[in-house]
Design a binder for this molecule. Structure first.
Ligand code: HEM
Ligand SMILES: N[C@@H](CC(=O)c1ccccc1NC=O)C(=O)O
Length: 347
């Protein structure tokens, strides 16, 4: 594939994606290529990625240093830099801020729709952070790096608390304010959040049937399936306990990770033993409590969601096809890391 292959981008999305990954930066960096090339590239980009596409490779910012920053502050007399070469600012370039701020499309004239819309997007971003951190914590546990995993879980818990706090804003939507735009949501529902589903899977709630909602969206379905089939952070914690001598049954360690987790008395006893023999100086004790912190925070997210929903729509059905609060109440009964909860009864 060569730069001049821009001629064929309109015919095949995969060919376009390969070309974009290789040469896309040349079309963004302001070093304008041939105008005909640019026209063909942007036409194909609009066709395959839509107007507000997410750039696969945002511009390179270069690498700075303390010395360079000190020299610049000297040169500006301590005032901010106001002149930038090219058609962007480094701030826009770093986090694609212009793309991010072009993604708000309320569907109704109701002023209350914008807070709902933006808070929904913020929550998706935070779900993504929670998911990525869970994957990282899982690999730290696989590598026996317990203090690093515990540190990661402490941060993760704070992110989940932020998600819980965000209900405060949505709780200010009066039923009438929500109803002013609700009909414009069609069948869209938070239930279809694939990032939330991936978080549930990474935490160990492998409700495989719920992945079905994403079957028609190949790039999403791939990610959801990967999260479904991978071991959860809890599976990783149990394997770690086993490596440290706990009597975890083979059937728990070598299970089908995509199947619903069946709680086990032996695992419950193993966690009880962690609490009996350990204390705050013990790695597995700290791990147990850090996991509980996350499980409790996600449980709180679920329960504040339920309360907020009840406050806004009462007993009305949801947009996603369920009876609403009755369905959410049942989802609230589930506990992540179940034996960590039940082992309390043995202590
Ligand atoms: C403020 C108005 C909201 C109402 C009235 C509401 C209502 C509901 C209802 C009734 C359900 C059950 C599925 C259905 O039939 O739709 C549900 C599920 C869900 N909602 Fe909300 N919701 C609201 C806001 C949000 C927001 C802002 C988020 C976060 C992005 C969210 C995330 C979810 C998730 C992840 C589920 C699936 C829960 C699970 O699988 O256990 N909801 N919601
Ligand atoms: N299930 C909600 C609607 C809902 O949660 C929703 C709808 C569209 C886009 C996002 C939503 N929720 C999360 O942001 C309802 O029954 O009104």
């Amino acid at each position: 594939m060569a730069f001049h292959d821009v001629l064929f981008l309109d015919s095949d999305p995969e060919w376009f994606a390969a070309y974009r990954d290789r040469f896309g930066t040349r079309y963004r960096s302001g070093t304008a290529p041939d105008p005909l090339f640019a026209e063909l590239f942007h036409r194909a980009q609009e066709r395959w990625e839509g107007k507000n596409h997410v750039s696969a490779t945002p511009p390179d910012l270069g690498v700075s240093s303390d010395t360079e920053r000190a020299a610049r502050a000297g040169a500006t007399g301590g005032e901010p830099v106001l002149d930038f070469a090219g058609q962007s600012t480094p701030y826009i370039d770093y986090q694609s801020i212009d793309v991010l701020l072009s993604l708000q499309h309320p569907r109704s004239p109701a002023p209350s729709e914008l807070p709902f819309y933006i808070l929904g997007q913020v929550k998706e971003l935070l779900f993504k952070l929670v998911y990525e951190e869970l994957v990282r914590v899982r690999s730290l546990l696989d590598g026996d790096r317990v203090p690093d995993a515990v540190w990661g879980l402490h941060r993760l818990r704070r992110v989940v608390e932020l998600l819980v706090a965000s209900w405060d804003v949505l709780g200010t939507l009066a039923p009438t304010e929500f109803n002013a735009f609700r009909d414009h949501l069609g069948q869209a529902s938070g239930f279809q959040s694939y990032m939330y589903r991936m978080v549930e899977f990474a935490l160990g709630n492998k409700a495989a049937e719920l992945a079905r909602a994403h079957r028609g969206v190949p790039h999403v379905h791939r990610q959801v399936q990967e999260a479904l089939h991978a071991p959860s952070v809890y599976d990783a914690a149990l394997r770690l306990l086993a490596r440290r001598g706990a009597a975890i049954p083979a059937g728990v360690l070598e299970r089908d990770f995509s199947a619903a987790y069946e709680p086990s008395d032996a695992v419950e006893r193993a966690w009880a033993e962690v609490y009996r023999t350990g204390g705050p100086a013990d790695e597995t004790f700290l791990l147990a409590e850090a996991l509980m912190g996350v499980a409790e925070a996600v449980g709180r997210w679920r329960s504040v969601h339920l309360l907020t929903v009840e406050r806004i729509i009462g007993t009305k059905p949801g947009t996603g096809g369920t009876l609403g609060t009755a369905w959410l109440r049942r989802a609230n009964e589930h506990r992540f890391f179940p034996e960590l909860w039940t082992c309390r009864g043995l202590l």
